[in-house]
Write a protein that binds this ligand. Structure first.
Ligand code: NAD
Ligand code: IPM
Ligand code: MN
Length: 351
């Protein structure tokens, strides 16, 4: 029998609510296939930090490293929660995981499912994937504050972009584009202003392009990309972009495909030197936590991405198809978080 060891980090706010549904669906699809997911839950997040002072210790990191994959909910406090300074959980927990485990591919599919409603009048057929860089750029934490608190304070955040980092990202994006029917790759950056990093990205794309002659290559500045994401989203197939642009673009992508609660994310270490991590694109949504109204589909689709990463494309596909069928029939109904999970399990069983 095949067995995997999975770390589960439910986190804060709606994190535990949506992860519970993802686990429910995972069990429903793996058990009949004779696959055991041996799950260990790590109670990390705001409350754990307040209670113990641990955000994410080296000891916990060592334990996490031993798992085959990590299923993550969301972390982060409400903006008005003065007990927790903004950034502690985001940087020292989530980004620490992404950086330490070298999740250099932040993979974010954007699909408009039948039965869901885009806010766009004519959305067309939206089906693209954002390949966001996951370990560099403005997220690197390279900056500081000098003369802090004075009128002459200077606060810097210096974007780090390495040839190594950009090459492995761009190569992955080309490989992905080549496997998809439309075979189109759009680099999104801002090389008219960010001439250093922008040119590194553009030159890297130009360098790889001849190796993928069947892939159509395009370029958009980030500001224009947000226009087209609203006016003509079906033009996109694979988007490759840096860490911050990818963050912003994928929240917008979630919104145009019927809601951020439907958008999954894989933090992938494509070299498999450490466990990859799967989560929804959204955060802890403190504004709706505890109301049982969180949409768990993003988490459920992230669980499918996890199964695919573990080599079970067939099972991932079963989940994707069950989600598709469920949304087609119930997509526009008011449902509680656990009802959605139950319906998707029922759709799986009915297949
Ligand atoms: P958010 O994604 O948590 O919420 C933005 C809006 O989307 C809110 O109105 C929320 O109710 C709604 N929303 C999000 N997920 C939903 C779902 N599954 N179903 C229905 N509605 C949903 O972003 P935010 O408000 O900017 O951040 C809240 C906290 O989460 C902050 O502390 C932030 O740092 C953190 N955060 C964490 C992650 C992560 O852990 N991966 C990601 C983003 C933000
Ligand atoms: C996301 C989140 C994170 C990011 C934050 C919480 C660090 O917004 O996963 O999109 O910016 O990557
Ligand atoms: Mn984000």
């Amino acid at each position: 029998a095949t067995k995997y060891s999975i770390a589960v980090i439910p986190g804060d706010g709606i994190g535990p609510e949506v992860v519970a549904e993802a686990v429910k669906v995972l069990d429903a699809v793996t058990e009949p296939a004779g696959i055991t997911l041996d799950k260990t839950t790590y109670p990390l997040g705001a409350e754990h930090w307040l209670a113990t002072g641990e955000v994410l210790s080296d000891e916990t990191m060592d334990k996490l490293r031993g798992h085959d994959a990590i299923l993550f909910g969301a972390v982060g406090a409400a903006p008005n929660d003065t007990r927790i300074p903004s950034g502690i959980l985001e940087r020292d927990l989530l980004l620490k995981l992404r950086f330490t485990f070298d999740h250099y591919i932040n993979l974010r599919p954007a699909t408009l499912y039948p039965g869901t409603t885009s806010p766009l009048a004519e959305p067309g057929d939206i089906d693209f994937v954002v390949v966001r860089e996951g370990t560099e750029g403005l997220y690197a934490g390279n900056g500081g504050r000098v003369r802090q608190g004075t009128e002459h304070e200077i606060a810097t955040e210096v974007s780090i972009n390495t040839a190594h980092g950009v090459r492995r990202l761009v190569k992955y994006a080309f490989e992905l584009a080549q496997k998809r029917p439309r075979k189109k790759l759009t680099l999104v950056h801002k090389h008219n202003v960010l001439v250093n990093a922008g040119r590194l990205y553009q030159e890297t794309v130009n360098e790889f392009a001849p190796q993928y002659p069947d892939v159509t290559v395009d370029y958009l500045h980030i500001d224009a990309a947000t226009i087209f994401l609203t006016t003509d989203p079906s033009r996109f197939d694979v988007i490759v972009t840096d860490n911050l642009f990818g963050d912003i673009l994928t929240d917008q992508a979630g919104a145009v495909t019927g809601g951020i609660g439907l958008a999954p994310c894989g933090n992938i270490n494509a070299d498999r030197t450490a466990p990859s991590m799967f989560e929804p694109v959204h955060g802890s949504a403190p504004d709706i936590a505890g109301t049982a109204t969180a949409q768990p589909v993003a988490s459920i689709l992230a669980a499918a991405m996890m199964l695919e990463h573990l080599g079970h494309e067939d099972l991932a596909d079963q989940i994707n198809q069950a989600v598709r069928r469920d949304l087609e029939t119930h997509g526009n109904e008011q449902r509680s978080t656990d009802q959605v999970g139950d319906h998707i399990v029922a759709a799986l069983k009915a297949a």
